[in-house]
Design a protein around this ligand. Sequence first.
Ligand code: ASP
Length: 439
Amino acid sequence: MLKVTKFGGSSMADAGQYEKVRDIVTADPERRVVVVSAAGKRFSKDHKITDLLYLCHAHIQYGVPCDPIYETITSRYIEIREKLGIQMDLESEFAELKSRLDAKQVSKDEMASRGEYFSAKLMAAFLGFDFVDASQWVYFTIDGKVDTEKTYAALKEKAKNCKGIVIPGFYGVMPDGSIRTFSRGGSDITGSLAAAALDADVYENWTDVSGILMADPRIVENSRPIAEITYEELRELAYAGANVLHEDAIYPVREKNIPLNIRNTNAPEDPGTMICKDFDTEIDTNRIITGIAGKKNFSIITVFKRGLTKEVGILRRILLVMEKHNISVEFVPNGMDNVSLAIPTDKLSPHLYAILADIQQDIAPDNITVHDQIAVITAVGHQMVFRPGVSGKIFAALGEAGINIRMITQGPDELNIIFGVDNKDFDNAIRVLYNSFIK
Ligand code: ASP
């Protein structure tokens, strides 16, 4: 059995957190592969090391010295080393990096990657595991995609005969040997790639919450964690606005059907959330909705034309207008004589009047309306499939709370029910939904 573990920034924030990580790793001999993030925040006003690294790089680009910021970064790592009594010369690496940085020889990606690099070096020494640099196995192709075949083969080779390895997350290497990072939060992807490469039995993603919560805790106090969720549901929730894993972290493990377990470094006894392809547990009528998420600030353009649904090609023509303005439409609910397009307002507003003029000309509608300040909420749950009355219950609950529904749509796979409300009703709608479905 092999467990690939990934520890996020808050789990790597200081010496005390390193000790928690060590206790978690040594508690289970199957935890032989450890992927780490850069040091994150120790308290809410603290800085993430990655942010400071980007800041240093930006200073140098503008010809402004970054010494105090650089010093803040290096002292965080030196403090961890000292407190844990690790023997390691970090000073010469810090000095070498700084002189190349001052000479503008360090790319933005290389600079950002150093947070994970130093975290992994220290953690490897602390655990007595081997350090395996991500630049030696995470291979990008020239167009910035991961070459999974080459990547998996390289890690398999590197991990052979090791007692345990520690890998820095977030970056890899381009064909020309330069460092490239994933987008922010990308250490989740590195962990998933490592799990897939080594055919792990589970990918444990350790963070600072006891799993994915059913609703945003800033809106629903004491929101419960989700015990089990499918990869598909998770994608829907993330798309709907839930801030969970990096989106691209799901693909490598899903492809190999490796379960992903979100755990809490500060409460290691909690089971967290298990993410799998499917579960054969019994249908639980108290768990029809797996999670609720949403986003504010959509605009809805509604095009009215008598007999619209009967007119061949009309939807295509409307969508063609959006394509011409490079706008991606998130939801398209329709009625017999109308169709609505839900688009994030910040994307739509620069093009709105040109789009309305084009629709007027190409479609000759009876009327067009535009509503702003709309929030789109998604209730996700694979148990909703073919279960009558779920949407009825949702709309009854919202109606009783006096919340006006501005748009309704449901995916054909019945994995979700999506509805629009006014921005001002957003929090309340999520609370009402949570309280009527989650017991
Ligand atoms: N340290 C990087 C970030 O802050 C990557 C990660 O932690 O996953 O985005």
